[in-house]
Design a protein around this ligand. Structure first.
Ligand SMILES: [Mn+2]
Length: 231
């Protein structure tokens, strides 16, 4: 298969969401994939078809996951949630992992993976930060260092044990989901990458490689490794 089909849940219809969507399409297409956008209103039977038709799945960045899904009440003044997206993405991720298909989770996508495996999130990480982790003004630039677990898939792809990344999150993994490995750390000890122990290809990063990939070749490598795993 020359152009593996990669399924990506849609982020939203507004202009900003479509701009975000485009970043993923660009990186995936450049890595040799054909992108299939997945709307939330799919029926369970359609989900089955998607799992067999797509070679891999990318779970993109976006709004906060509803805290009820990890057993917490939302903080007062928290951001707007999207329960329809939460439910669709959780059902999809569950189907993807039981079929052991390759997947790549980014930003919110990494938090989704943690929640899907029974982990929790820190709803507001601000008081524990040393670095700014929500830095929209430097979205295409590396702003904080990350240390990689030497035997992780991530270290294998990037051929290094430290990398500098951009950052656009105000939430972070709190307790780790069962069966997940935290494979990268920020200087404060926040998880910046996850993978499933013993899974064929599971890659999840907290930073946003799609905004760095044009200028920083190593970040495009993540998409390339993912698409190669889909072939
Ligand atoms: Mn960060």
């Amino acid at each position: 298969m020359l152009y593996p089909k990669v399924g990506v849940p849609i982020i939203g219809k507004d202009l900003l969401s479509r701009y975000m969507q485009y970043q993923y399409e660009r990186c995936l297409t450049r890595a040799g994939a054909s992108v299939w956008l997945l709307p939330y209103y799919m029926e369970p039977e359609q989900l089955e078809t998607i799992i067999t038709t797509c070679s891999g799945f990318l779970f993109p960045g976006g709004t906060d996951i509803s805290p009820e899904l990890y057993g917490q009440h939302p903080l007062v003044g928290g951001r707007k949630k999207d329960p329809a997206r939460d439910n669709f993405e959780l059902a999809l991720l569950e189907a993807v992992t039981s079929a052991e298909k390759p997947f790549f989770c980014i930003g919110r996508g990494m938090q989704l993976l943690n929640v899907a495996f029974g982990g929790t999130l820190m709803q507001n990480m601000k008081t524990k930060q040393e670095y700014t982790h929500f830095d929209i003004w430097h979205i295409s630039t590396a702003t904080h260092p990350v240390e990689l677990e030497p035997y992780s898939l991530l270290a294998e792809i990037l051929h290094t044990d430290t990398v500098s990344v951009n950052t656009l999150h105000h939430q972070t993994v709190d307790s780790l989901g069962e069966g997940l490995l935290a494979t990268a750390d920020s200087p404060e000890g926040f998880a910046e990458a996850l993978e499933i122990e013993g899974y064929p290809f599971s890659l999840a990063v907290q930073w946003r490689p799609e905004y760095m990939a044009t200028r920083t070749l190593s970040q495009q490598k993540l998409f390339q490794a993912f698409v190669t795993a889909c072939r």
